[in-house]
Structure formats: structure tokens, C-alpha cells
Design a protein around this ligand. Structure first.
Ligand code: B12
Length: 241
């Protein structure tokens, strides 16, 4: 039998650091593979690599933000620089959706208290849904009840649905400079119908920012879906205080 007698130069703390460091390298490799498969537009690989990463215990949020979203950023730049064309953009879009299908159901709510009701959708003329879907799933996982209107949503539909479910928040996503005005349209519509004060309006998605949100009189903006959940929670708490 082997008996360990010597004094190791590695104390428990160092071993812990080495293990942590090792698993971080492994995590970034798994996430990098997902990012790469998104860029290549390989839906099958994105789905299987995402499953593998989840099985390895990688946080779903890291997969979403560092794998899928960062892949999307790269693809967006390539498309803008005309290094890839619409077919490739579409393949990457499908690959992102394939990853989402695997990862979003993992964002389970852990008996969180009910926080409020939200209507989400992407504005008229815009079919980008990936960020909106992530935001919706994170809201649900954090105790919000969400009605998702999908994409290319007519302005009035946001308000009709909010009235129907007695929503607290209307959250409007837009991904293109040409459709960003759709967020302002929702606010203008609420003002015209005298319903502006009834709802908290949040905006988000690629081209929107805090300055834009202030300019159109939105109540909240967030750059990422996790921040969006924090802002939604704060706005509801403030309103109820
Ligand atoms: C994938 C993709 C597609 C896919 C979409 C697939 C799908 N099912 O959604 C397809 C192929 C369909 C597509 C089509 C087009 N696309 Co496109 N697309 C993209 C791409 C590469 C990624 C978008 C994405 O999903 N990102 C990942 C998600 C996670 O990020 P996100 O949406 O920003 O969301 C995050 C936050 O913004 C936030 N968030 C999102 N919504 C909300 C809402 C609220 C309230 C809050 C709080 C937060 C929040 O949470 C998310 C996670 O943190 C972008 C490039 C880019 N950099 O965005 C181009 C891009 C958006 N597309 C672009 C273009 C031009 C088009 C087309 C016009 C191409 C064409 N010639 O046909 C069409 C438009 C079709 C239409 N009418 O809408 C341009 C827009 C340019 C511009 N500035 O206006 C971009 C920027 C690419 C580029 N650089 O040129 N596209």
C-alpha cells in the first residue's frame, strides 16, 4: 500500500485554486466551442455542445451571455462588414435558437415569490426574437408572469394585451435602427389612449440605450436581460412602495 509521508509543497488552499482554475479553463473551452458553432451556423453542434456544457455544470447564464450572445455579436459584425451574407446570417440565427431551446428550460424558478405581470414583444417590422426570448425566460425564472406576443407586434397589440392581463410592465424589444421608433410608438399610443400612467414601459435590444429611453420617456432600459430583470424588479418595487 502506498503511504504518503512527505510534506507537500501544495497546501489545501493551493489545490483548491488549481482545481478552480482548471475548471475555469474547461468552462471557457466549452463556451468558446458554443460561440464558434454559432458563428459557423452549425445548429446541431450548438445544441449538443450546450447540452454537454450544462451536463458539466456550467451556469446557463454563462452559456447565454458568453457563448450564444458573443457568437451573435461576431456574426453581426461579419454581416455588417459583408464578410458573410444573409444565408449565413440565417444559419447562425437558427444555431442560436437551437442553443436557446436547450438552455432556456434550465432557467428554472426556485420558488420565488410572484413579482408582477409583464407583456413582452418585438416591435412591428422586426423579427429578431433571441434577446427577447432570453429576457422573457429570465423574467419567468425570477417570479414574473409573462405574456409573450412574439415578433413583429403591432403597436396597439402591446396595449390591448397589457389591459387584458392587467400587466404591470410593457417590455418592448427592437433590434434595428429602422424599427427602434416602434418603442416610441408604444409610448405615444399609451399617451393618446390616456393609459400611460397605468404601465411601466421598458425598452431594450441592440440599438436602444439609456439616452434613447430618456428621450422617448420610457421608465426603464437595460443593456442585458439579467440587468433587465433587476430593473423590472426595482421599478415594480418603487411603484408599489
Ligand atoms: C441573428 C440575427 C438575425 C436572425 C434573427 C433570428 C431570430 N430568430 O431572432 C435573422 C437571420 C432572421 C435576421 C434577419 C435580419 N437582420 Co439580423 N441580426 C442577427 C444578429 C446577428 C444577432 C441578434 C441576436 O439575436 N443577438 C443575440 C441577443 C441575445 O442579443 P440582443 O437581441 O441584443 O438581446 C440582448 C439585449 O439587447 C437584451 N434585450 C433584448 N431585448 C430586450 C428587451 C428589453 C425590454 C430589455 C430590458 C432587454 C432586452 O437582452 C438580450 C440578452 O442580454 C444581429 C447582430 C447583433 N449584433 O445584434 C443582426 C442584426 C440585428 N440584423 C441586422 C439586419 C440588417 C437584418 C436584416 C434586415 C437582414 C436582411 N437583409 O434581411 C433582417 C431583418 C429581418 C426583420 N424584418 O427583422 C442588423 C441591423 C442593423 C441595424 N443597425 O439596424 C444587425 C445589427 C446585423 C448588422 N450588424 O448589420 N437577423
Amino acid at each position: 500500500m502506498f503511504t504518503y509521508v512527505g510534506c507537500s509543497f501544495l497546501d489545501v488552499h493551493s489545490v483548491f485554486i488549481l482545481i478552480t482554475f482548471g475548471s475555469e479553463i474547461k468552462m471557457s473551452k466549452d463556451i468558446e466551442a458554443i460561440r464558434q458553432a454559432v458563428i459557423e451556423g452549425d445548429a446541431e453542434s450548438v445544441a449538443s455542445l450546450t447540452k454537454k456544457a450544462l451536463d458539466a455544470g456550467i451556469d446557463p447564464l454563462d452559456i447565454l451571455e458568453k457563448g450564444i450572445s458573443e457568437g451573435a455579436q461576431t456574426v453581426g459584425k461579419q454581416f455588417e462588414n459583408m464578410e458573410i451574407f444573409l444565408t449565413e446570417l440565417m444559419l447562425s440565427g437558427e444555431a442560436m435558437m437551437a442553443g436557446l431551446e436547450v438552455v432556456l428550460p434550465q432557467l428554472k424558478s426556485e420558488d420565488v415569490p410572484h413579482k408582477g405581470k409583464v407583456v413582452v414583444g418585438t416591435v412591428r417590422g422586426d423579427v429578431h426574437e433571441i434577446g427577447k426570448n432570453i429576457f422573457k425566460s429570465l423574467l419567468v425564472a425570477n417570479g414574473f408572469e409573462v405574456s409573450d406576443l412574439g415578433v413583429d407586434v403591432p403597436t396597439s397589440k402591446f396595449v390591448e394585451e397589457a389591459e387584458k392581463i392587467n400587466a404591470d410592465i410593457i417590455a418592448v424589444s427592437a433590434l434595428m435602427t429602422s424599427t427602434l421608433g416602434g418603442q416610441k410608438d408604444v409610448i405615444d399610443f399609451l399617451e393618446q389612449t390616456g393609459d400611460r400612467e397605468k404601465y411601466i414601459v421598458m425598452v431594450g435590444g441592440g440599438p436602444s440605450n439609456q439616452e434613447w429611453a430618456d428621450e422617448i420617456g420610457a421608465d426603464g432600459f437595460a443593456e442585458t436581460a439579467p440587468d433587465g430583470v433587476r430593473v423590472a424588479t426595482q421599478l415594480i418595487e418603487k411603484r408599489r412602495a
